[in-house]
Design a protein around this ligand. Structure first.
Ligand code: PLP
Length: 438
């Protein structure tokens, strides 16, 4: 008898790399300089998305390359169960000096999903250590993405990414994110809309029993699910107060929106709130090395220290010396060259350019963002805000068209609450000139 799949004829593949997209061949990137990448055919691409909001200093920055070479010559790797390294200590010092108030320690990982896994486990262990082991629920937001590993995927809300893995995911209660363009009522002020969302969150906490909840998890500025969702004024302050009232931790995921992308080092500074746990990644190492970090409030670290004496979590490449050297160099360049101010100024310029180019476009429903982090929401019709049919795979076609014309943008589609939308995300390197932005 023939096996069910045996009749299918498979096209021979030109690659042995198990790419995530298996239907189209990809160009082969061979070099990068400043804000452009070049492929093996000699074609250049303007990197308007920093890859996936990663390359904040562009490509081949000499200071970062020199720091990495210097570190490799001295020491590439030392396992964290045997040693710490000077470079990891120095990077942690730099991050804590500029961290939100009360943060005392940094846990280094290799990327955003790992940062979120560590954040979730850190929060759970904290309550076990302080004698509240009944706390076992996370509450997160529907319009969100926190990574692709199982814990991070469970707190994320993008159904398209979660659907087939649902049986493997921990149970998480999801509430609405701040999605002003679609969900604020016409007769509602932004502040009243924010308060309504906080009240809805409170109802969810009450249904679970707030004493059973570990943490509320949110991206400070939403990225990869609904195209740059900024919160309305007061929303995060309301969330913070609610968490405090019930002894629930606040975990902010700034893997995409953090490390200067929105014009301040941490996006939560713009909201006037301090989280208990803050996850960062992408812009931390600017793509020069895989690195992420979890910044934690002193109360968590001291609890672990006085209790079990260890955080029950770890990976082989924690605090990799070359990754720390790259991140340290990236952060020093940002400070030395005043790049946060540049992000604010260039961000305003980019906003005006987007408004004048697309502000009246029949298929651009909303242009929103902060700093050098901008999203365009695509609609069939501006009046009804109706999205395009997902079967059109508009986001994928836009990406192919842009690449054909030598431009990297980060279009995506998100499915949340059965609603499906196409967005284009722009996250150019902080070093982009106004001409390059134009
Ligand atoms: N959290 C957010 C907000 C993200 O945008 C991403 C990636 O896009 C992640 C977590 C996962 O990071 P990584 O892809 O480095 O694992």
């Amino acid at each position: 008898m023939t096996a069910p799949n045996a009749a299918r004829s498979f096209q021979p593949s030109t690659t042995h790399v198990f790419h995530r997209q298996l239907q189209h061949d990809l160009p082969v990137a061979v070099s990068g300089r400043g804000i452009t990448l070049t492929d093996s055919q000699g074609k250049t691409y303007l990197d308007a998305s920093g890859g996936a909001a990663v390359s904040c200093l562009g490509h081949a920055h000499p200071d970062v390359l020199a720091a990495m070479h210097g570190q490799i010559d001295r020491l590439a790797y030392a396992h964290t169960s045997f040693f710490t390294t000077e470079v990891a200590e120095e990077l942690a010092d730099v991050l804590i000096e500029s961290a939100p108030q009360g943060m005392s320690h940094v846990y280094f990982v290799s990327g955003g999903s790992e940062a979120m896994e560590a954040a979730l486990k850190m929060a759970r262990q904290y309550f076990v250590e302080i004698g509240q082991p009944q706390r076992k629920h996370f509450v997160a937001r529907r319009q969100s993405y926190h990574g692709n590993t199982l814990g991070a995927l469970a707190v994320g809300g993008n159904e398209w990414r979660r659907a087939q893995f649902k049986p493997l995911l921990i149970d998480v209660a999801h509430v609405a994110a701040c999605y002003e363009y679609r969900d604020r009522a016409l007769d509602e002020t932004p502040e009243a809309y924010g308060q309504r969302l906080v009240a809805e969150l409170e109802k969810t906490l009450e249904a679970l029993g707030p004493e059973n909840v570990i943490a509320f998890v949110a991206e400070t500025v939403g990225g990869a699910t609904a195209g740059v969702l900024t919160a309305v004024p007061g929303y995060f302050k309301g969330v913070r107060a609610l968490c405090d009232r019930h002894g629930i931790l606040l975990i902010l995921d700034e893997v995409m929106c953090g490390m200067g992308r929105t014009g301040l080092l941490h996006a939560c500074e713009q909201e006037g709130v301090v989280p208990d746990i803050l996850a960062v990644a992408k812009g931390l190492g600017g793509g020069y090395q895989p690195i992420g970090a979890v910044l934690a409030q002193a109360k968590l670290v001291y609890t672990f220290r006085q209790g079990s004496g260890l955080f029950q979590h770890g990976h082989t490449y924690l605090g990799h010396a070359v990754a720390c050297a790259a991140a340290l160099a990236v952060q020093r360049v940002i400070q030395r060259d005043g790049l946060l101010v540049q992000v604010q100024e260039r961000g305003q310029a980019l906003q005006s350019m987007l408004q004048s180019a697309f502000g009246a476009h029949p298929h651009v429903g909303d242009i929103r963002g902060r700093g050098l982090f901008w999203g365009l929401e695509l609609v069939q019709d501006r009046a009804s805000k109706q999205w395009f049919d997902p079967a059109l795979t508009l986001h994928a076609r836009i990406k192919r068209q842009a690449m054909a014309q030598g431009l990297m943008v980060y279009p995506m589609s998100g499915t949340v609450d059965g609603r499906h939308g196409d967005h284009i995300l722009l996250a150019p390197p902080f070093i982009a000139s106004e001409t390059e932005l134009a």
